[in-house]
Structure formats: C-alpha cells, structure tokens
Design a binder for this molecule. Structure first.
Ligand code: CP
Ligand code: NVA
Length: 305
C-alpha cells in the first residue's frame, strides 16, 4: 500500500469520494450523540499555512484534537520555510516527524513537490488552483439537505478560481451539470474545463447559469494573493451579485453555498446570506470539521506509513 495524498478531488476514486462523504455524515451524527473515538491517539498533524485562515485552521486543529491527536501550526514567518529552505528538504524532514501534513499555499506545484518527497499523506488545504477540502464539505452539505447531487444542475457565479476548479472536479466525480457564469477574462483554467467538457458549460450571464439550477454557489471576486486587483475586479464583476432576485431564476428548492469569508454587497447580498431557507453557509462551514475528520481517517487507513 502506498501513501495516499489529497491534492485534488481526483485523488480519490468516485467510490472513495462517496464513502468519505457518507462517513462525514456519520462522524457528525456520532459527535452530536456525544460518542467519542480516538483513531489518531499519539498522532500529529503538521499544518503549514502560507495564507490566512479561520475555518481551515480551526476545523483541522479541532478535528485532530477530537480524534485523540494533536496539530502543529507552522507558518513561514517563524519556520525555515520562510527563509528559503527547499520544499523537498522541508518535506523529508517534517514527514519523518509527523503523521500527516496539510498545506495552504499559493502555487499548486508546492503541494505536488511536497507530496512527492513526503513519507506521510499530504492534504491540500487550498492552493491557487484548488480547494478540495471545501468541496468535501459542500458535497456533504448538499447530500444532507437535498440528497445526491447526481443529475442536478449546479450554477457557479463569479470568478473562475480555485473554488470553481474544484466544483468542476466535483461535477466530474458526482455527475452533475455545472454552469459557470464569469466575466470574460476570468474564466476557469482551460485544461481543467476540457477534462470535464461533458459536464461543464461556460455562460456570460448569471441568469443563464442560475436558470433552473438546484444548487447555486459563489465566492469572493479577489482571492488571497489578488488583493492588488481588488478595484479592477470590483468593476469587472459588476452584475454578478447573487441575491434573492437572481435566486428567483433557480428551482424553487435551490440552495445557496459560499465557502466564506463572504463580502456582503459584493458577490452576495447580506439578505440572501442570512436567509436560512435558501442559504446553507453555516452548515457548510461546520461540515469542514466532519468532512476533514472523515478524510484524515481515510488517508490513514489507506496509507502505508
Ligand atoms: N473556506 C475557507 O477555507 O475558509 P478559511 O480561509 O477561513 O480557512
Ligand atoms: N477563493 C478564495 C477562497 C477562500 C477560502 C481564496 O482563495 O482566497
């Protein structure tokens, strides 16, 4: 058995992904019943954060503690990573000391290089290209609220960013139709779209994407690392606000998701975000905890290290 990594959703088979989502639902129910188990007793998760985080840090750290293990926060500001020690050397050293590593970084190749040299499973906790842990939580949330997303119509409104790329992978893995509405110049990566061309359509108006959709998702217009483009992007994304008016084009039982943090009045209206009949963002955020616990269990059980 080799070491399993989770750098994108495609690192799991379709069956494995469904099993992780089902296990996440089970892990959540057990926690709500007060049942505890410690499959990670004496285990340590290394957490490398090169970008800010609330949900990801809290969910991984709390999740490890709840499973009997501990988590180590490593930032480039106070490790040799920030002083230029090569990724390959850091991977070999860190992975000899901990049992699993999660990394939030800029270039996706940093994750790939780290994983290549790591003796233990590596998890993508967000790169410029993908955010697969968020999709585990989003899939869990859809299944809990509406059942299987297979065959459903999903609308992505906004930037063709890391979240959008992970929605494309989810469409491929879960067989749903994904309509992406983004302004020209902000399309998702062509090669990622090409891989899923039977499932994905790019359109130029939010209304076209949302019309008849069962699930509508968006994200900020300027991601971490794009702060200097904020003003240009505010102009480019005019008309891409997701609000009750836009949701009125969706199916009557459509739900809204946002990975958070949200910018009320930019990509989403405050009213929609707070409308718990439509918006499931708080469940979605909570599910990061359960989904990642299920993921870590899966990687530990299926890795030889
Ligand atoms: N959604 C998400 O990953 O949030 P954080 O940036 O707070 O971790
Ligand atoms: N696209 C956003 C997601 C944040 C969770 C970013 O990369 O900043």
């Amino acid at each position: 058995m080799a070491v399993r990594h989770f750098l994108t959703l495609l690192d799991l088979s379709r069956e494995e992904l469904r099993a992780v989502v089902e296990r996440a639902i089970e892990v959540k129910a057990l926690r709500n019943q007060g049942v505890t188990s410690e499959p990670f007793r004496d285990k340590v998760l290394g957490m490398i954060f090169e970008k800010s985080s609330t949900r990801t840090r809290v969910s991984f750290e709390a999740g490890m503690a709840q499973m009997g293990g501990s988590a180590l926060f490593l930032s480039p500001r106070d490790t040799q990573l920030g002083r230029g020690e090569p990724i390959e050397d850091s991977a070999r050293v860190i992975s000899r000391m901990v049992d699993m590593v999660m990394i939030r970084t800029f270039g996706h190749n940093v994750l790939e290089r780290f994983a290549e040299y790591s003796k233990v499973p590596v998890i993508n906790a967000l790169s410029d290209s993908y955010h697969p842990c968020q999709l585990l939580a989003d899939l869990q949330t859809y299944v809990e609220h509406r059942g299987s997303p297979e065959g459903k119509a999903v609308a992505w409104v906004g930037d063709g960013n890391n979240m959008c790329h992970s929605y494309i992978n989810a469409a491929l893995m879960y067989d749903f139709e994904l309509r992406i509405a983004c302004p020209e110049g902000y399309d998702p990566d062509e090669s990622i779209v090409a891989r899923a061309k039977d499932r994905v359509k790019i359109v130029r108006t939010p209304q076209e994407a949302v019309s008849g959709a069962d699930w509508v998702a968006t994200d900020v217009w300027a991601s971490m690392g794009q702060e200097t483009e904020q003003q240009i992007r505010l102009k480019a994304f005019e008309g891409y606000l997701v609000d009750h008016e836009l949701m009125s084009h969706a199916n009557s039982d459509a739900i809204f998701m946002h990975c958070l943090p949200a910018h009320r009045g930019e990509e989403v209206s405050g009213d929609l975000l707070e409308d718990e009949q439509i918006s499931v963002v708080w469940d979605e955020a909570e599910n990061r905890l359960h989904a990642q616990k299920a993921l870590m269990e899966f990687l530990q059980e299926n890795s030889n290290c």
